[in-house]
Design a protein around this ligand. Structure first.
Ligand SMILES: *Cc1c(COP(=O)(O)O)cnc(C)c1O
Length: 461
């Protein structure tokens, strides 16, 4: 039975599509999408919540815009974690972006040797740079460092044993656990030592006819303190080589330069780890290196050749844009004098606290106006982190915009902060901070263009 209050039938679809505003939508977004959205919007008409041309057109337009809004978009990383995995880790230098665009728009010599006219190898574009910067004999690159570890273990140790210290059976997050990766790589884990201490004899006693290699994993996201013992790369390399085995080191981040010369906490330098006798090292492209997501495998030429021949290499390889970006970033390492200024990750990590504080202070008025009288805004000292498991305990002194609710009620304050965080996320370029100590903190270490932020607060809702 039809209710007497039922809204009148909407006009026919053809008539609606002839409305000038609908025609404009079709002209800019195409008939298929507009028609889909119109069918949905007509439900509103039937439900009685829309009853005229203006209302229906607006409903269609809103749906079209919602569908077409890009899902992935730039945000302002004000979390204080420079290499934030959830926010895309290393920002790329313009040189890398230009290199990506150059090869993305058309054909390139990705696997083509321009000298001989024969087939080339995609690793060729970066291998010489990696070797030059690390002293390695050879190198290859895959999708990320987790893939690098998987590939190396599979290529060098399938159906055999890998000896690892119990103190290094790490979980990196996002379900990267060394024991799981090892199982997937088809090798057997031979744990040695205890969580806090592993000795030379532990390794020596574990080595047998089925042993393929010794693995050392950099414990990048935690630290064990107190009564501890782990062997150095040099000691492990000696044990491995005495038994005719390779030593593989998963460095996680690693670094191509000595971070301490930049006033940053120490991080293993790839070249030194190879000099100490590691036969293969793996490390990430988008951690301290400051490049695109990639997993770099470097070391002995015969082992790299075996790794490269694995069918898994084909499955885990990088695309042309990644390789173009990586090559461009590695090229910046050729000049240590300009490196820190040109690689954004290094530039952000080495920013002076004064500089960050000045940026924060300059943003206070616009932010205070935008947040309104429910909040008080000031600048406070905070600690930034490097992130991505690099140097987990080390903190870099920084400055943040601090927003505190003026409510006397604690629960209300905490709700205010969550709502404010949400408002910040709804800005045209969302602003991501962190809530701590009854405050919303916006660490300004990664703010290099304050005008963009200020503009949003001056005009934004
Ligand atoms: C980060 C990390 C990985 C994983 O590297 P991705 O590039 O994120 O895949 C593996 N091992 C260690 C020790 C790490 O720190």
């Amino acid at each position: 039975m039809k209710q007497p209050t039922s809204p009148p039938h909407p006009p026919s679809v053809d008539r609606i599509l002839a409305w000038p505003l609908m025609q404009a939508l079709v002209a800019s977004h195409g008939r298929v999408l507009v028609l889909d959205c119109l069918r949905e919007a007509l439900e509103l008409w039937r439900a009685g919540s829309v009853s005229d041309e203006a209302g229906l057109t607006q409903a269609v337009q809103q749906r079209v815009e919602r569908i077409l809004a890009p899902s992935m978009q730039p945000v302002h990383n004000l979390t204080g974690t420079v290499l934030h995995t959830n926010l895309g880790r290393a920002p790329l230098p313009p040189e890398a972006v230009e290199a990506m665009v150059a090869v993305a728009l058309g054909a390139s010599n990705l696997e083509f040797d321009l000298q001989t006219g024969l087939r080339g190898d995609r690793d060729d574009h970066v291998e010489q740079w990696i070797c030059r910067l690390t002293g390695a004999e050879a190198a290859t690159v895959v999708n990320n460092n987790a893939a690098a570890v998987l590939l190396v273990l599979n290529a060098l140790a399938q159906r055999r044993e890998v000896v690892v210290s119990r103190g290094e059976l790490i979980e990196i997050g996002g379900s990267f656990r060394l024991p799981d990766i090892m199982a997937r790589a088809g090798c057997r884990l031979r744990e040695v030592g205890a969580t806090n201490r592993t000795h030379i004899h532990d390794y020596v006693e574990a080595i047998g006819p089925r042993t393929a290699l010794l693995l050392k994993a950099h414990t990048s996201n935690f630290s064990i303190e107190g009564f501890t013992k782990a062997l150095s790369e040099a000691q492990l390399a000696d044990i491995a080589h005495e038994h005719g085995l390779p030593l593989v080191v998963d460095l996680g981040s690693g670094s191509l330069i000595d971070m301490q010369t930049l006033g940053l906490p120490a991080e293993p330098v790839v070249r030194r780890v190879l000099e100490q006798g590691a036969d293969i090292v793996t490390f990430s492209g988008d951690k301290l290196l400051g490049g695109p997501q990639a997993g770099i495998i470097a070391g002995r030429a015969d082992l790299v050749a075996r790794i490269r021949k694995s069918p898994l290499k084909r499955a885990l390889r990088c695309d042309k844009m990644t390789l173009a970006a990586l090559e461009a970033v590695l090229r910046l390492y050729a000049d240590p004098d300009t490196l820190v200024q040109k690689v954004p990750t290094l530039r952000l990590l080495t920013r002076s606290t004064d500089d960050i504080r000045r940026t924060a202070e300059a943003l206070v008025p616009a932010l205070a106006t935008w947040t309104g009288s429910d909040f008080s805004t000031d600048v406070c000292e905070v600690s930034s982190q490097i992130g991505s498991g690099s140097l987990p305990l080390e903190r870099l002194p920084s400055a943040a915009l601090r927003l505190r609710s003026n409510s006397p009620n604690k629960r209300q304050r905490s709700r205010h902060l969550r709502e404010l965080a949400e408002r910040l996320r709804r800005l045209p370029q969302p602003v991501i901070g962190r809530i701590a100590d009854d405050s919303l903190l916006l660490d300004c270490r990664c703010v290099e263009h304050p005008a963009v932020l200020r503009g949003q607060w001056e005009t934004g809702p």
